[in-house]
Design a binder for this molecule. Structure first.
Ligand code: NOJ
Length: 558
């Protein structure tokens, strides 16, 4: 696993070449920055743009092609910024518009593209439009921009239908005059009514505002929910955002959403170099999801089925085949993602007693995961994720092998899911903990003051970036080496050809690299002439065999 670092993005020639490749997104490695928790420049305990900009050299050295930044707009932060009160200004917690401009300039100079988050399904209840709606009468123009409906029952005292919020409880809130408003998420996140032309016009302006500032694309929040079924019928499916098996429910994946994305695509296509749209759409099965990335719609959609496949060779392979086929049918590339700010980090998921089990957060009263095993498997799946054809997403800190904080006390939790379900759902705080940059510093180097909006677990000290920096066996070194090789060998653009293997093993040729991942616990034989380019852990290969829960990239070059 020795790796001599070769800069890929710090050399201005390489940066320029990266910027002029029009199809850059088809195999891009995109790094998700969750601004609250990435790096804190002003020491108030919450990350900010000063912090983000200071880490561009780190991102450059890691070798990513782009960053996606979760919302940093003006917001009361009831859902960590996914409740936007002003779409065209920066929340003072994170900095100013000038700070964003400065960041974009520094990132671009390093050859790193910038994707920002767009939250079009709902605003914050603090948005001036919603405040105006509350101050206006039922049936008014001001209310037409949101989903206000009269309550049911003789005195309108019951919700208009039976829909539930994704965060728990009913999806309707009464406003005291017989009207109720829809909120698929928190009551502080009223849903827009996308049949109102003013809503569409406002979002055109928002897109242009950020495109004109130089952003390279948008990650579109809950892209499958903007249009609801005509007449808002009762939900007979009763599934939430992760509803599977094509059971869509009247609030998800309605055909009308595609018109919105066709319109946005035309708007984006006015810009050069090309800008992209990435769908966050929890839609099943794969061919339904592929509808979002048809040639005249978005460019990419997060591959959540891959994330949900657990540590299972067979499930992973089935998902890989299905996603490649569905996206190939519409000439889109596939994305590969294992973690983000909404799910338990995969280094923790894979350390559970059942690594295929899906949980919404882990708390102090739950069985605690095996961190060592989880990290071992997380390193192995990195060599799968970063080898597959298409684009890969890395969630901040996964390159350090970070686990979730699984013992956060109830009184520090901030996720509305935890609060709205009375703790029945632990929620997402555990994966959102501020990053450790320096082992021997306050808040592990998240800032200089030691303040941190969520406490960090002790293990973050061992996993801090500075501890891993010069250790060739570290997870950080593994990611750097994998990204360098991916770039050099054209992984991401190579066709995948499976080799015959036992069910627990994923074995494929990708151009002149052979990738073998062993999800079983027993070693498997490697080809006798195997030349190892990269191994997921130092003990991955012994006596011609690949150990359990490990992966390798082999050199097929003659
Ligand atoms: C998906 C986002 O990723 C999540 O964090 C948020 O809570 C919901 N959408 C609502 O905006």
């Amino acid at each position: 696993m020795s790796d001599t670092f070769v800069p890929t993005k710090t050399d201005p020639g390489a940066a320029e070449a990266a910027r002029t490749d029009d199809a850059w997104w088809r195999d891009a490695v995109v790094y998700q920055i969750y601004p609250r928790s990435f790096a804190d420049g002003d020491g108030d305990g919450m990350g900010d743009f000063a912090g983000i900009t200071s880490k561009v050299p780190y991102l450059s050295r890691l070798g990513v092609d782009a960053v996606w930044i979760s919302p940093f707009y003006v917001s009361p932060q009831r859902d960590a910024g996914y409740d936007v009160a002003d779409y065209v200004d920066v929340d003072p917690r994170f900095g100013t518009l000038a700070d964003v401009d400065a960041f974009i300039a520094v990132a671009h100079a390093a050859g790193i593209r910038v994707i920002v988050d767009l939250v079009p399904n709902h605003s914050s209840s603090a948005h001036p439009w919603f405040q105006a709606a509350l101050a206006s009468a039922p049936g008014s123009r001001e209310r037409a921009r949101y989903m206000f409906r009269r309550g049911s029952g003789p005195d309108a005292s019951l919700p208009p239908n039976n829909w539930h919020s994704v965060f728990g409880g009913p999806a309707w809130e009464p406003v005291g005059d017989g009207d109720w408003y829809l909120h698929l998420f928190d009551p502080s996140q009223p849903d827009f009514d996308w049949s109102d032309p003013e809503v569409a016009e406002m979002f055109d302006d928002v897109l242009r505002f950020w495109l004109d500032r130089g952003v390279d694309g948008f990650r579109v929040d809950v892209a499958h929910s903007l249009v609801k079924a005509e007449g808002l019928p009762d939900n007979t499916v009763m599934r939430d955002i992760q509803g599977a098996g094509g059971d869509r429910g009247p609030m998800w994946d309605q055909d009308g959403v595609h018109e919105i994305y066709r319109h946005w695509r035309r708007l984006l296509d006015e810009y050069t170099p090309p800008r992209i749209l990435v769908a966050e759409a929890w839609v099943h099965p794969a061919d339904r999801m592929a509808r979002y990335v048809r040639a005249d719609e978005m460019h990419q959609a997060f591959n959540f089925p891959y994330m949900l496949s657990g540590w299972s060779g067979q499930a992973l392979r089935e998902t890989i085949d299905e996603s490649l086929a569905a996206n190939h049918a519409v000439d889109a590339t596939t994305t590969w993602v294992q973690s983000n700010h909404d799910v338990v980090r995969h280094a923790t998921r894979f350390g559970q007693a059942d690594p295929t089990r899906w949980v919404n957060g882990i708390g102090p009263d739950d069985p605690q995961p095996d961190q060592e095993l989880g990290l071992r498997r997380a390193r192995a799946i990195a060599l799968l994720t970063l080898a597959l054809p298409g684009s890969a997403y890395i969630y901040q800190g996964e390159e350090l092998g970070l686990p979730d904080h699984t013992t956060l006390p109830a009184d520090v939790r901030q996720d509305p899911t935890f609060i709205r379900t009375g703790g029945a759902e632990i929620g997402r705080d555990g994966c959102r903990v501020p990053l450790p940059w320096r082992a021997d510093a306050p808040a592990f180097g998240f800032n200089e003051t030691g303040a941190s909006w969520l406490p960090q677990p002790a293990v973050f000290g061992e996993l801090a970036a500075d501890v891993q920096e010069d250790d060739p066996a570290s997870t950080l070194s593994l990611y750097r080496a994998a990204l360098r090789l991916r770039h050099e060998r054209g992984l991401g653009r190579a066709a995948l050809e499976w080799n015959e293997s036992p069910a627990a093993v994923l074995d494929a040729d990708l151009g002149d690299v052979r990738m073998i991942v062993n999800t079983g616990s027993e070693p498997v034989a490697l080809p006798s002439d195997a030349r190892v380019l990269l191994a997921s852990v130092p003990d991955a290969v012994a006596e011609g065999r690949l150990a359990g829960d490990a992966a390798v990239w082999l050199d097929l070059r003659g």
